[in-house]
Design a protein around this ligand. Structure first.
Ligand SMILES: [Mg+2]
Length: 115
C-alpha cells in the first residue's frame, strides 16, 4: 500500500476492522478519541522538544527520530480516521470544505510568503 494507490476509505476500513475485532468501539467516544489524538500529537512534538529548527530538520532526514516521527504521524492519522468512523465524518468532504474556506481567508496574492 502507498499513498498513490490507497483510498482514504481503505484506510478507514483497516482502522474500523482493527477496532471491531477488539470490541473497542465502546471506548471510542468523541472525548476519548480527541484526547488520544492530542496525546499522539504531543508525542510527536516531544521528539523535537529540545532541538533547534535546524536540528529538527536534520533529524527528519534519516534515523531514529525520523522513524519515530513516522510512527507518531501514523498514530495521529489512525485516531483521526477512528474519530471520523465513529462520528460519520466524510474526511474528504471536510478537508475540501475547509480548504475552500482557507483559500477565501488567505488569498494567495495577499498572503504569499507571510501570515
Ligand atoms: Mg501513544
Amino acid at each position: 500500500m502507498s499513498d498513490n494507490k490507497t483510498t482514504i476509505n481503505e484506510l478507514k476500513s483497516i482502522v474500523e476492522s482493527f477496532v471491531d475485532e477488539r470490541d473497542w468501539k465502546q471506548f471510542h467516544s468523541p472525548k476519548n478519541l480527541a484526547m488520544s489524538l492530542s496525546v499522539e500529537v504531543a508525542e510527536l512534538m516531544e521528539l523535537f522538544q529540545w532541538l533547534s529548527l535546524d536540528q529538527a530538520r536534520e533529524a527528519m532526514k534519516a534515523g531514529e527520530t525520523r522513524e519515530n516521527a513516522i510512527a507518531k504521524i501514523a498514530d495521529i492519522l489512525i485516531y483521526t480516521l477512528a474519530f471520523c468512523n465513529r462520528n460519520n465524518i466524510d474526511i474528504t468532504d471536510a478537508v475540501k470544505k475547509k480548504m475552500e474556506k482557507n483559500i477565501q481567508k488567505y488569498p494567495a496574492d495577499k498572503f504569499k510568503g507571510h501570515f
